[in-house]
Design a binder for this molecule. Structure first.
Ligand SMILES: [Fe+2]
Length: 253
């Protein structure tokens, strides 16, 4: 019989302490479903929101695979659970960013972070393809250029999904991901990103709720941040990342 205890990442959610803006802790890569083909249950979503809050994350970004049949059921449910102020979704003090993971016809995955309106428009432009007609990299970039979406190359070193073969067009992305499953490659991702002139963001790629916060980003901004502000912070290299979450958990017999 084991009991799982987890230290929170740190303080309760506060932004300004003694006049100093404290960076927000942000998870940018989290799924709601463990297995995409099984039906979505609202309890899966609530468990992930509770976990993010319990860890002390300020921002949780939900990036479900856009190909899953009930993708929009998940985000409809999210909107019903959250307060919405100035276009920002909030759940019990946690800012919830929305997003999608999109698989290319060459196998790699791209994260799109932004408002549901923009993701809906992107989905419409891609023709709601499910898995039948995945876009190529150029088509996905063309379809999203004028949408206010942050475009992140996911797990660039993963076998079968290696991004480097795309070459210089990767510069159309906003960032490359240091993925929690590829931490041994973090320095390589960093150097490849620098050679492309891109910043990095760290993502846990959490499919199970216990994987949330394995890595997280420190965003130098207040809680009313927008995608353009986040993009600007990335361009100015003001976003850093840390390991956390499960690395701070202990199993007690
Ligand atoms: Fe993912």
């Amino acid at each position: 019989m084991f009991k799982i205890t987890t230290k929170v990442l740190s303080r309760p959610i506060t932004v300004i302490e003694r006049g100093i803006v404290v960076p927000l802790k942000a998870e940018i890569h989290c799924h709601v479903k463990i297995i995409g083909s099984l039906p979505f249950r609202p309890s899966q979503l609530e468990r992930r929101l509770r976990r993010a809050r319990g860890l002390g994350l300020d921002v949780l970004t939900l990036t479900e695979h856009i190909e899953v049949a009930d993708y929009w059921d998940i985000y409809d449910c999210l909107e019903s659970l959250c307060e919405k102020a100035s276009g920002v979704l909030r759940w019990q003090g946690v800012t919830v960013m929305t997003g999608a993971e999109i698989t290319l016809n060459s196998g790699q995955d791209i994260l799109m972070l932004g408002s549901l309106d923009n993701i809906r428009e992107l989905h419409r432009r891609l023709g709601r393809p499910r898995n039948a007609d995945p876009p190529g990299f150029a088509r996905l970039m063309d379809a999203s250029d004028d949408l206010d979406l942050l475009r992140v190359g996911a797990h660039p070193c993963r076998r079968g999904k290696v991004l480097w073969g795309i070459g210089s067009p990767l510069k159309r992305l906003d960032a490359l991901e240091v993925n929690a499953n590829e931490l041994s490659k973090a320095a390589y991702v960093q150097s490849q990103s620098e050679s492309l002139g891109l910043p990095v963001l760290a993502g846990s790629d959490a499919h199970h709720w216990l994987q949330i916060g394995r890595v997280y980003n420190l965003l130098p901004t207040d809680q009313s941040f927008t995608i353009p502000e986040l993009r600007q912070s990335l361009l100015q290299r003001k976003v850093s990342w840390q390991k956390g979450g499960l690395t701070r958990s202990r199993l007690i017999p």
